[in-house]
Design a protein around this ligand. Structure first.
Ligand code: FAD
Length: 395
């Protein structure tokens, strides 16, 4: 078993063989992946060394201290947080060997083709169809997806499609890797509250997917999707941040730098939110330690729920703190950003962007349902459509 001392030695060897000062960014990241220092808990050959996941933080810190480039998680968050754990858990050897390295180095961006105009919270109702081409064995996909973050920069997508409409909705879904450069993929920007178009609608017309790019068995896509969704909540809600980092760091900086704006009432609220942020940060740390033991559970839903509430409260407080300046909005130009950054730009942007935090990755209402049922053991919501063939559901 690889231990902390062994990993430190490997970090030293990597830095000696590929000095960050003289090695190109991508070359360094490729070498880091090959050295097993990308995801230390992955198997050897897939970016890891079968080491405990908890040792990753020390590797990251050691490399950052030496000035090594990082793989820009804001640009490839969906790949890192959602596609990678799913590819690892459900992909064939060929799929894992093909996709994980360029995903981690950032050479290939990923997006998530899940939500549809008629299927968001009720994702299992999705209607995008995948039909097998008897001659080639490929799948031909037709449908529409929506709210697809980063589709405009993505090379690949994780895709859910219906392969059997005669089965109840959860059972007729299959999970694929979709080539975003296929001529049948059309990506159109959707402008959002912040002015920019971080997400898109995606039209799929006769998109061809080889059967080798299927993850899991035909009809077993819902089980595969659960891996993605559980990891999505942890990756949105449980990102590692330093003490007084992230959103609370922005508000605390205003408090420190602009004494003329201080009031007693705002001080009290800032302290309360500072404590809540610290509790959330430590809870995230505990969640990551639990993760070392396996897949994330419903605790990830509680984490994401708390994160959305906190982001909205803290960004609101920052705007109030700034008084008149809080009403200024730096730039409402329509852009198609390459990165997702919840705490970037100005206070107005942070305030508006935080509104999406209680929708993306599962709405707060839906996450409350999950916590109620799966953490607190309360009775489940009535589900009278569970055994009805998808094609017979009201739409
Ligand atoms: C910034 C952002 C980025 C996103 N990126 C992606 C992406 O990359 N890929 C992707 O596939 N999707 C993405 N989404 C979509 C997101 O997952 C959906 O918006 C979300 O799941 C909600 O679905 P919906 O919008 O269809 O709303 P609906 O499901 O129609 O919900 C409408 C309202 O009803 C409530 N509601 C629904 N069901 C219940 C229930 N059972 N109990 C109580 N209340 C309920 C909801 O909480 C909500 O308030 C993104 C969304 C946002 C905001």
């Amino acid at each position: 078993m690889t231990d902390a001392a062994d990993l430190r030695a490997r970090v030293r060897d990597l830095l000696a063989a590929h000095p960050p000062a003289t090695t190109g960014r991508t070359d360094f990241l490729r070498a880091r992946f090959d050295a097993g220092l990308a995801w230390v808990h992955h198997p050897a050959g897939l970016g890891g060394l079968d080491a405990p996941r908890s040792l990753q933080a020390a590797v990251d810190a050691g490399l950052a201290a030496a000035g090594a480039p990082d793989n820009d998680p804001g640009r490839i968050g969906i790949g890192l947080g959602m596609a990678a754990p799913t590819l690892l858990a459900h992909g064939s050897d060929e799929v894992r060997a093909r996709f994980l390295k360029p995903l981690w180095t950032g050479e290939e961006v990923w997006c998530q083709l899940f939500s549809e105009p008629g299927a968001g919270s009720d994702l299992a109702a999705l209607g995008t169809r995948a039909v097998r081409d008897a001659a080639t064995g490929d799948w031909i996909v037709d449908g529409q997806k929506v709210w697809t973050s980063s589709a405009h920069t993505a090379r690949w997508a994780i895709l859910l499609a219906r392969t059997d409409p005669d089965l109840p909705k959860h059972r007729g879904i299959t999970y694929f890797v979709c080539d975003m450069t296929d001529p049948g993929v059309e990506v159109r920007p959707l402008r959002q509250l912040t002015g920019e178009a971080e997400f898109n609608e995606v039209f799929l017309t006769g998109v061809r997917i080889p059967d080798a790019h299927r993850l899991g068995a035909v009809g077993d896509g819902w089980r595969v999707a659960r891996t993605t969704l559980m990891n999505e909540r942890v990756s949105i809600g449980g990102a590692r941040i330093p003490r007084e980092g992230g959103m609370i760091g922005r508000a605390a900086a205003v408090w420190r730098d602009r004494p003329e704006l201080r009031t007693h009432a705002l001080h009290r609220r800032l302290l309360d939110l500072w404590v809540d942020s610290e509790v959330a940060r430590l809870t995230g740390e505990r969640l990551r330690q639990q993760l070392a033991a396996g897949e994330p559970g419903p605790e990830g839903s509680a984490m994401k729920l708390g994160f959305a509430r906190l982001h909205q409260a803290v960004s609101g407080l920052e705007v109030e703190l700034l008084a008149d300046d809080g009403l200024l909005y730096g730039d409402w130009t329509m852009t198609r950003p390459e990165r997702v950054d919840f705490t970037g730009r100005d206070a107005g942007y942070r305030y508006l962007r935080a509104k999406g935090n209680s929708i993306e990755g599962g709405t707060s209402e839906v996450l409350l349902n999950i916590v109620a049922e799966r953490v607190l053991g309360l009775p489940p919501e009535p589900r009278d459509d569970k055994d009805v063939p998808w094609k017979d559901l009201a739409r």
